[in-house]
Design a protein around this ligand. Structure first.
Ligand SMILES: [Zn+2]
Length: 348
């Protein structure tokens, strides 16, 4: 990311560009429409035709083939949006890898502060929804320094970080219940089986299990060639260790690590240096531009930082296209959102 002064001066330049290429909301809509049309994102919603006619600045197009009308922003991130010029400014700022707070964005564009926040938030949500499945998950504890704004989730008369404490308590509680309800029989390794062999067998049995499809001991035995008696012993041990679970009928499944277990296993000191370094980068951007934020919406702020840091994924044109692909984000969805127990960041 650029130094703050360079970031801010480039944002000023983007605003000047927007004012010259799109002096009105209608002209800004034309810029969006042009991007969507170039990327095959403006079909007629009645017949799928791409032959749509629209007068400059108008929100309605008419299909040449079926003759029906289309709202051009319908089912897109910009559905029912006013202040399209501000949306264009926001998209170009994010695409350029720059960062801006809601209040600074309101001053820049002259829109109301709440509108400014909502525009940036909509783009952040759309970006957050593109987070890869294998994004790194970190505890909010790693980001403690910036979690200091009250939200609807903060208990009365408590510090905003209490939200994180409550999440952690719940995770520990969920885990202790899991342990208490778990099986407490002591399983003896079948006699006459060498301990090392047994451990090897257990690993082979574990490799056969999946979280979705259950397997009986007989099926595992057939697949691995290991005697059923040993497979049964292995499955017992795996179940005891919380790595497998069974259902009535004796089918065994692989346990996916619960959030609580992950929390208990996550020790910041054990996180890879690359993850800690990356978390620090996210933290420093939020610290610099937003100062302090609430735990509740933190994941969306992190997504906005991802956009600024990951210049390969979020380069030129990316946000303009995303605004044509992503469904509308109703206000209710923004208001009720609560960041997950584990926050996702992308190592980039
Ligand atoms: Zn049509």
């Amino acid at each position: 990311m650029l130094e703050r002064s360079e970031n801010d001066s480039q944002i000023e330049k983007i605003r000047e560009t927007v004012l010259s290429i799109a002096p009105t909301d209608g002209a800004a809509l034309d810029v969006f429409c042009q991007h969507w049309s170039e990327n095959g994102l403006s079909d007629c919603r009645h017949c799928g035709s791409t032959n749509l006619q629209r007068n400059p600045g108008e929100r309605v197009s008419v299909c040449d083939d079926c003759g029906k009308k289309n709202w051009v922003t319908s089912e897109k991130l910009l559905e029912r949006a006013s202040c399209i010029q501000a949306y264009l400014t926001a998209a170009l700022i994010r695409e350029a890898g720059l960062f801006i707070s809601g209040s600074a964005f309101a001053r820049l564009t002259g829109v109301q502060t709440s509108t400014a926040y909502n525009i940036l938030r909509k783009f952040s949500i759309a970006v957050a929804n593109q987070l890869p499945i294998d994004a790194q998950e970190v505890s909010g504890r790693l980001l403690r320094m910036i979690i200091a704004m009250r939200t609807r989730e903060t208990p009365a008369r408590m510090h905003p970080f209490t939200e994180q404490d409550l999440i952690d308590e719940e995770l520990v509680l969920a885990n202790s219940e899991h342990v208490m309800n778990g099986p407490n029989v002591v399983v003896e390794v079948p006699p006459a089986v060498d301990q090392d062999d047994f451990e090897n067998s257990t690993q082979l049995v574990l490799a056969e299990l999946s979280p979705d499809t259950g397997l009986t001991a007989d099926a595992v035995s057939a697949r691995t060639g290991i005697a059923v008696g040993i497979v049964t012993g292995s499955l017992f041990v795996l179940e005891l260790n919380g790595k497998a679970h069974s259902i009535l009928g004796g089918k065994y499944f692989l346990c996916v690590e619960s959030a609580a277990e992950k929390f208990l296993h996550q020790d910041d000191s054990k996180l890879a240096d690359s993850v800690k370094l990356m978390a620090k980068k996210y933290l420093s951007v939020i610290d610099e531009y937003l100062h302090r934020v609430g735990r509740k919406g933190l994941q969306h702020h992190l997504a906005a930082v991802w956009c600024a840091l990951d210049r390969i994924t979020w380069g030129s044109g990316s946000l303009m296209i995303l605004s044509g692909i992503h469904p509308p984000v109703p206000y209710r969805q923004m208001r009720d959102y609560v960041s997950p127990p584990y926050l996702k960041i992308v190592i980039c």
